[in-house]
Write a protein that binds this ligand. Structure first.
Ligand SMILES: *[C@@H]1O[C@H](CO)[C@@H](O)[C@H](O)[C@H]1NC(C)=O
Ligand SMILES: *[C@@H]1O[C@H](CO)[C@@H](O)[C@H](O)[C@H]1NC(C)=O
Ligand SMILES: *[C@@H]1O[C@H](CO)[C@@H](O)[C@H](O)[C@H]1NC(C)=O
Ligand SMILES: *[C@@H]1O[C@H](CO)[C@@H](O)[C@H](O)[C@H]1NC(C)=O
Length: 403
């Protein structure tokens, strides 16, 4: 890039006022003492290297720039507005914007970015508007926004492929006014993220994969504004809402003629959320359908206890050990979310009555499971007959089913 002959670059385009250098084809204006460099739609393949470093506004939209290089914006400490919309940018070099301490507005929409790494936007300490909609983002680092958490007012990440967004950092954006996350694949809003976003006035979550919304006071204020809270614009249509008792709080709010529909359970599929009577927002308490009843294991061997439960919402399963403690993961035990408890190498004290507990918003269910550890004879020789008996007992074990 640096090999572009300087002669061509000094062959400035149209200029107004006194401008020292203007990239070929671009238009540079020095009006009211602030320099604008206008290079939109000029067929550029990269950021022109000889942009006057004093420029305040730099427009590079509608070109064919593929990458933001590490030196493209070096020393542009007075740049306030940068537009890179509708190029083919697939990569930003870490720290590429590090000198842009005055930048307020960064447009990167309509590019091919797939990730925003921890240092890709570093240094933008005064950024107010970050527009990255219509890219192919799948991952945004938790640190990506660190340098402008307190100044950002407007964040647009709509029309990307995001399954997750860094709620941990969004929740600290104290000046945030507008948040556009529509048309992504987001399936989760962390609880309490809007608690400190006092300035948030617009949230668009349209067309994502949300099955539920957390009972956040923000939504209550947004849907049923009181004279004390400002009217907030909230959109969450086009999500596959699961209309059970967990969404009853939302249904109890009064909302106008909005078009949100339920996707599940099947008997509510396709119906308008706000027209379904509250009584139909129900949950099913857990029901344990299958579990191990009794298991004999030779000391030192692996024991796998199983427990299955149904319910709405899907129950979470915990195991309680014979000494009345919730079994957690350790080097020897794994408690899986599907209800399986694995004890990799059993010891004599694992013996006893275990309890499988299935819990959901509607209640809980328990089942008792008996684990018998057959101690190894620690002294003397092990007789073949004894071991055979044990193998017989073990092979008789079957996972038993409740009616
Ligand atoms: C813009 O014009 C002013 C005078 O009006 C001058 O002082 C300044 O140096 C010029 N800036 C650039 C970048 O040429
Ligand atoms: C940036 O500024 C530094 C220090 O003033 C200077 O050494 C360097 O050549 C400048 N780089 C560009 C690309 O203007
Ligand atoms: C134990 O670890 C497994 C993965 O190894 C994980 O799926 C499970 O949720 C963990 N259980 C608990 C109780 O943390
Ligand atoms: C539960 O999950 C674990 C780990 O993913 C797997 O090894 C085990 O077979 C599963 N159990 C059942 C009953 O599906």
């Amino acid at each position: 890039m640096e090999s572009i002959p300087i002669i061509i670059l000094l062959h400035s385009g149209e200029t107004w006022g006194v401008v020292s250098a203007c990239p070929f084809h671009c238009v540079c204006r020095n009006l009211s003492e602030s320099l604008s460099t206008l290079c939109a739609d000029k067929g550029l393949l990269f950021v022109p290297p000889h942009v006057d470093r004093r420029t305040v506004e730099l427009r590079l939209a509608d070109n064919f720039i593929t990458e933001v290089g590490g030196n493209d914006f070096v020393n542009m400490t007075g740049l306030v507005d940068l537009t890179l919309s509708r190029n083919t940018i697939h990569q930003i070099r870490p720290m590429a914007f590090a000198d842009l301490e005055s930048l307020r507005s960064l447009h990167l929409d309509g590019n091919r970015l797939t990730t925003l790494g921890p240092k890709d936007l570093a240094g933008l300490t005064n950024l107010q508007h970050l527009i990255v909609n219509n890219n192919q983002l799948v991952k945004v680092s938790v640190e990506a926004f660190d340098d402008f958490l307190l100044t950002l007012e407007d964040l647009d990440m709509s029309y990307n492929n995001l399954r997750r967004v860094p709620w941990e950092s969004i929740q600290n954006m104290a000046s945030l006014h507008t948040l556009n996350l529509d048309h992504n694949l987001i399936d989760h809003i962390a609880e309490g993220v809007f608690g400190e976003l006092y300035k948030l006035a617009r949230l668009d979550m349209t067309s994502n994969r949300l099955r539920t919304l957390p009972p956040d006071p923000f939504f209550t204020g947004a849907i049923s504004p009181t004279p004390y809270n400002a009217v907030i614009s909230l959109n969450f249509g086009g999500n596959p809402l699961h209309c059970n008792c967990e969404l009853l709080w939302l249904r109890r709010l009064i909302r106008g003629d909005d078009m949100e529909t339920c996707a599940t359970p099947t008997h509510l599929a396709g119906r308008y959320f706000w027209s379904i009577p509250e009584e139909e927002f129900t949950c099913e308490p857990p029901l344990i359908t299958r579990h191990t009843h009794k298991l004999w294991v030779l000391e030192g061997q692996r024991a796998t206890l199983k427990c299955r439960a149904i319910g709405d919402p899907e129950p979470i399963i915990h195991w309680v050990s014979p000494d009345d403690r919730i079994v957690s993961n350790s080097s020897r035990t794994s408690s899986f979310s599907n209800g399986t408890l694995d004890i990799l190498v059993t010891v004599a004290r694992d013996d006893g009555a275990y309890t499988c507990i299935a819990i959901n918003a509607a209640g809980e269910a328990t089942a008792a499971v008996d684990l018998k550890i057959i101690p190894l004879p620690h002294r003397g020789g092990v007789q073949a007959g004894f071991l055979n008996d044990i193998w017989d007992i073990q092979s008789q074990y079957k996972e038993t089913t409740l009616p």
